[in-house]
Design a binder for this molecule. Sequence first.
Ligand SMILES: NC(=O)c1ccc[n+]([C@@H]2O[C@H](COP(=O)([O-])OP(=O)(O)OC[C@H]3O[C@@H](n4cnc5c(N)ncnc54)[C@H](OP(=O)(O)O)[C@@H]3O)[C@@H](O)[C@H]2O)c1
Length: 333
Amino acid sequence: MRLLILGGTAWLGYEVARQVLERRHEVTCLARGEAGPVPTGASLLKADRDEEHGLERVAHSQWDAVLDVARQPGQVKRAVRDLRSAGNYVFVSSGNVYADQGPLGQDEDAPLLAPIESDVMETMDSYGPAKVACEQAVLESFGPEHCLIASAGLIGGPGDTFGRTGYWPLRFAHPSVEDGSVLIPDAPSLPTQIIDVRDFASWLIDCCEQQLTGVYNAMGDTHLFNDHLAAAQAVAAHQGPLVRAETPWLREEGVSEWSGPKSLPLWLADKDWWGMNARSNERAKAAGLTLRPLEETLRAVLAWEENEGIERQRNAGLSRKEEAGLLSALTAR
Ligand SMILES: NC(=O)c1ccc[n+]([C@@H]2O[C@H](COP(=O)([O-])OP(=O)(O)OC[C@H]3O[C@@H](n4cnc5c(N)ncnc54)[C@H](OP(=O)(O)O)[C@@H]3O)[C@@H](O)[C@H]2O)c1
């Protein structure tokens, strides 16, 4: 197979390129080269997709499949125009395209947000509508029988520089206080749903090889937050107490939900968002998506986190100092 990855220098695209090479296919990555290198053995063509004819160097080749990870509608519109002869166009989208993030168990027939009209997404606030516009461009150009839309849920595992999936196993393995206490939000039945980057990449390659088409939720299995924490504790061999904090207090203390600095990763207090991590992945599983157990993902991301350095500034979660301060404030109440 001759695969063109539009991307390949960042996390998921790199993992796809790495695994494609393991399967002894030919892979070319097109990117600016700003996000990082491509795996040894893959070719990197440096080009800027914001330019009108940025894809000129790949437009005249015959590709069995193209894998696109873009989020800018203009980039995707130019790509589907210039790569029309590709055997299959696989677009990595997101669960953020769906209009309602509240209901649990929704499948791919759930309504989508309205697309943005502009070719350029100015801020991440319009990420979902921008991905809808990208999906529409792909579907209109290739037709549903020659393209695949993979709407990804939260991606996790080794290489997660966003820091969302590594936080809990890392914190359990290296508590911030001597008695091993770990601060958790009081949200036992909150759904969590992570797809391991390695499983996702492997399935995307299967889709390219088999010229699979259609729209799929490429998401992990849903686990309640309590079970997710138990899995993270198990891989970290954590024995200390769990200290539950309630939403109003966490908000007063300026602790954020989901991701980013001073956050408790994966936590969503507002049930209107719980469906985001409880989408049906049945269609993708029926089409061959194979998911490893959550423990394996958490074990691998813990090893990756430890290798990156446990004292480094991370992109999500509480620092050890912040957590220790919050634990002592909570006990003093
Ligand atoms: N992380 C999650 O939990 C999550 C959840 C749902 C969906 N997703 C989706 O999953 C995918 C993740 O893909 P990823 O990790 O490989 O990539 P990414 O972090 O989204 O990076 C974008 C890729 O496109 C390239 N690129 C950006 N601007 C470009 C330009 N002007 N010209 C040429 N290339 C350009 C970048 O390379 P250069 O900078 O080197 O050019 C990079 O390889 C994305 O589609 C994302 O929307 C992620």
